[in-house]
Design a protein around this ligand. Sequence first.
Ligand code: NOJ
Length: 746
Amino acid sequence: MRLPLVTLTSLLAVIMHAQTPSCPDRVETLLARLTLEEKIGQLTQGVIHAPEHVEAALAEVRAGRYGSFILSAPPEIATTLRNQVQQAAVGQSRLGIPLVFGYDSIHGYRTTFPIPLGLAATWDIQLVEQGQAVAARESRAVGVDWIFAPMCDLARDPRWGRVAESFGEDPYLGAQLVAASVRGFQGDNPASPERAAATLKHFVGYSATTGGRDYNTTDITPFVLRNAHLPAFEAGIQAGALSVMSAFNAIDGIPAVTNRALLTGVLRDEWKFNGLVVSDWNSVAESITWGYAADRAEAARLSLLAGNDMDMMSGCYRETLAAQVAAGTVPLAAIDEAVRRVLRLKFKLGLFEAPLTDPAAAARSFALPDAPPLAREAAARSLVLLKNDGVLPLTPAAIRRIALIGPLADDATEMLGTWPGHGQPADVVTLAAGLRTHLGPAAQLTVLRGCDLLPSGPRTRALPDGSNVTDEDANHRAAVADENDFTQAIAAARSADVIIAAMGEPRGWSGENSSRAELSLTGRQPELLRALAATGKPLVVVVFSGRPLALTETAEKANALVQAWHPGLQGGPALAAVLCGDLAPTGRLPISFPRATGQVPVYYNHAMTGRPDMVDYRDLTRDPLYPFGFGLTYTTFTYGPVEILAATSRARATVTNTGTRAGEAVAQLYVRDVACSEGARPVQELRGWQRLTLAPGESRTVEFALTDETLGFVDRSGKHRLEAGEYRVWIAPHASTGTAAVYQRP
Ligand code: NOJ
């Protein structure tokens, strides 16, 4: 292995640091030698996306004016660019302090896994941990030391595009998967070349954005903040997350980045977090736009003093903090404390010992054979069977001619989902490719798009004077071509044994800044769906989306309905195996699916009301189309009555496989605190689950401990509390069913 030359100064610096005994001592030694400008540099983060960014940054890096970069450059050049700028830091800056490089490996780096909402549908803690470990390994191999994930935001409004990046609507499920992600990213030793630092984001309340519109205002009560939005963060801190990202939103009028009650009060004082807090992109400056800080100096001062250590991209810290320290308005001690946190992160990541990245590591890491099967397993386990009248699994006898129709049948790029790291469309196995391989040459598979995901805009042509006019001819040709596609697809469907419709929404319509006002299949897909259903052929609909769509009509028309999210590189083989019955579906919804957009937010764990049976619409029920926790499989289960073992504070129930195939049940423990002195608790809350694989006819008893954590809540002051009195407890296959037993807590 050949690494670029590191200068003598940097080697000496590395050796000196290495000889210093403990991390705190090394931090203090370095801190004492830094100038104020260098300290502020440590608190400043830039971005490296292309070679010109390195050119622009080098002089400043040598002067110690950066502490970190976002490394968003493609992997082919990322390591080289990183090493160039890192060499300037360790070899040519006064103290040789390495930079730390961050990136959004949200559901993988090169191996793209299902979107986080899909990962959550696995309800599989170990699988999520393993997947995130692959993401860390591939990220670190390129030189990404610090991953801006997991997102801990509770997703209750599917109009919000970042629902795709979330683990869904449940604080308990979310907390478990956040902790698993932290373990997966960081392992036991984040300094290992296969691990990276995790970031809990966005602290806090970002998802409560009004109307589901990204970046909008929020309105969160303290009790809801404590019990719905904070638990996943607390779990991540307990799992050892090394960093937190403050959010874009304001809480009660105070931008999160300047919110001392949260960044210092909750994070540091209550939870004893001693890691690094980084702002979101430009959010320090946006505290001015929020109408809170008066100018860039105040924005920097309020953010730093609130407990936000590093400034991502706004430049407010580097422009204004030195003068404010000189003027006495910002205490040097506050800067020092933030710098300590940055240096600690760098020590914990082993960057002083190994600042550079082996340029050959990425190729080695990307070729490791365990990643694709893991991505396939995650994709398969993320699939949720929402309806099945018996058409699934497809039997070889029943299907010789399949019409696979829809804009997402064979679109590799769309499968990657929002924020897919550097997953490559060429590595994606689409549903069409997966089915072709699975079925072999004997089956006749016709694949047609039928329509586009989105209508193409009107075609224009340029006039000699530079202006544009509508190109009527081109529009006419396009309309005829569209009509032909549609007609051909319906003709193919008519002559098939079974239709598989691959539909949904574009990946770009979920994720950041991608809110939707209508949770429908996009473009002409509803029309295509109706025409396919009108053929009378068995219709299996596979929905690819970054959020719950309102699938009422789709479900009516379909004989079977599978929610496939955006499944990543291996969605095709996973779907083929499940549709053809080689694997049974095991996914369960991590979020409720609405009947109509007007019903949202429609999350299951809402607070109790005074007239619970009347909280309805004139024109629609309050019940979702598919509830939280729901998912069918190729067998059926019954759940026996819940028995409370008061002496040992346990609850148990017997689950029986009543079908003819083996299958996996996900037994879910729900609780309700009937009267709470702090205020109305949710009508029900998930507080545990167990997966059981049962043979046909087999029964097994699941048992859950009713611990303080199972029944307790967090009061407004942040104390975890548990009260005596009546609790309802039940064990059920999803949130909309089950009969509760009463547990009297003495
Ligand atoms: C903005 C996003 O909100 C955040 O999640 C992300 O980590 C940063 N940009 C950096 O890409």
